[in-house]
Write a new protein. Structure first.
Length: 409
């Protein structure tokens, strides 16, 4: 049988994303954020993020059919999972709005309008949750439904209103949240990681609206006597799962991206210092002791300290006139000023090492050069040492007789 001959339910039955996948992703996002949330507990923004991720995890745990059946069995009430899951989803909606209000307006915003908006969200969505339980208590829903409760009870008094209430509350929250997020993502001056995180969040909330649309269309079809249950039962769940994955990734990306960027920058700086570090080891005869559990930051700091400690006594042997000629020679060879400065410093250090081997201690009357720039630009000098041909060209030109070298204007 070709796919075209299948009915929608049969065709979409293979399109399935386990709810445990978004649960795992959301849990990972919560674990990444948790240390910061605990450390800065007084921060309302971080509390809102933590609450949102916790509620999102709870939603996907409790909407899993096996968990629904377990909850119904433990309580002894058929379909008690319905108001419970709807309540979690509604609380998630309210947390979304509270987060956006706190995040967008900033922690310094304590205006009456902001406080009023947050109180409004809390009151409205608390009222929705209370109404869900009242409607369930008034409804007659004796047949347990694990996957298609929304459409099965779409025409049942009070259950009908409950289903419509949670879907509308969810859709309104996602619509407002999505609009605010996309508006914010288009503003200037945002960090690149935050911008991409907002885009993922925006895409996640747009998919939430698609989920609500499928559910509402399927329920409305039941009201008119038609059967479009496959929209609710087969298509809406994977959309919700994908939405949760995008929302979790949106929260993870700004934090994890910046963290990985910082780690990469530290490791790159440590790697770039290797040529100069190896050169200083030939002068000192030692090196930085190996510490197995040292952090990347500590290893970088120890390498920088070692290089500067060796350079300080070495700079007394630097020939300032040679350094000046080397700088002019590098400029004449077409190197930009910053690169020329690094090449000149590398030439000066190599010459100082040779001078030190000939004269271990310079005359007491000798005045060493200013080391401020050299000690600050050890990274650029180390990168220059990776190009010995350039250094040799500068050194040769700087050592040529003065009359044979054109004066750099």
């Amino acid at each position: 049988m070709t796919p075209l001959a299948l009915n929608p339910t049969e065709f979409l039955s293979g399109f399935y994303i386990s709810f445990w996948i978004p649960t795992a992703v959301l849990t990972a996002a919560l674990v990444i954020k948790l240390p910061t949330i605990i450390r800065l507990w007084r921060d309302p923004l971080l509390r809102a993020v933590g609450g949102l991720l916790l509620l999102a995890c709870a939603v996907f745990v409790f909407v899993t059919p096996s968990t629904i059946a377990w909850t119904n069995r433990v309580t002894g009430v058929p379909n008690i999972s319905a108001p419970w899951c709807y309540s979690l989803l509604t609380a998630f909606c309210g947390s979304c709005l509270l987060l956006i209000i706190a995040w967008r307006n900033g922690l310094a915003d304590r205006s009456a309008a902001t406080r009023r908006a947050m109180r409004w969200v809390v009151c409205v969505y608390s009222g929705v949750i209370a109404s869900l339980w009242v409607l369930f208590a008034l409804a007659d829903a004796p047949v347990e439904r694990l996957r298609d409760l929304d459409t099965y009870y779409a025409n049942t008094p009070f259950m009908r209103e409950e289903i419509l209430l949670y879907l509308v509350a969810h859709a309104v929250a996602c619509l407002i949240t999505s609009k605010l997020i996309w508006s914010w993502a288009r503003t200037d001056g945002l960090d690149a990681w935050l911008r991409w995180g907002l885009r993922l969040l925006g895409a996640g909330y747009v998919l939430n609206l698609v989920f609500d649309t499928f559910k509402l269309v399927a329920v409305a079809a039941r009201w008119t006597g038609r059967n479009l249950d496959w929209l609710s039962t087969n298509l809406a769940p994977p959309v919700a799962a994908l939405s949760a994955i995008l929302v979790a990734a949106g929260f993870i990306l700004p934090h994890a991206g910046q963290y990985l960027h910082d780690r990469w920058r530290v490791r790159l700086a440590h790697h770039e210092l290797r040529p100069l570090y190896q050169l200083m080891r030939t002068v000192n005869g030692g090196g930085v002791p190996l510490v197995l559990h040292a952090t990347a930051e500590l290893r970088l700091t120890r390498r920088e300290t070692f290089i500067r400690d060796v350079l300080l006594p070495l700079v007394r042997h630097i020939d300032t006139d040679l350094s000046r000629r080397s700088y002019d020679a590098a400029l004449d060879l077409g190197h930009p000023p910053e690169r020329a400065n690094a090449l000149a410093a590398a030439v000066g250090i190599l010459d100082a090492i040779e001078a030190r081997s000939r004269t271990p201690e310079p005359p007491e009357t000798a005045v060493g050069p200013d080391t401020t720039n050299l000690l600050r630009e050890i990274g650029a000098v180390s990168r220059a040492l990776r190009h010995p041909d350039d250094i040799e060209a500068v050194r040769t030109r700087a050592a040529a007789p003065a009359e044979s070298v054109p004066v750099h204007e």
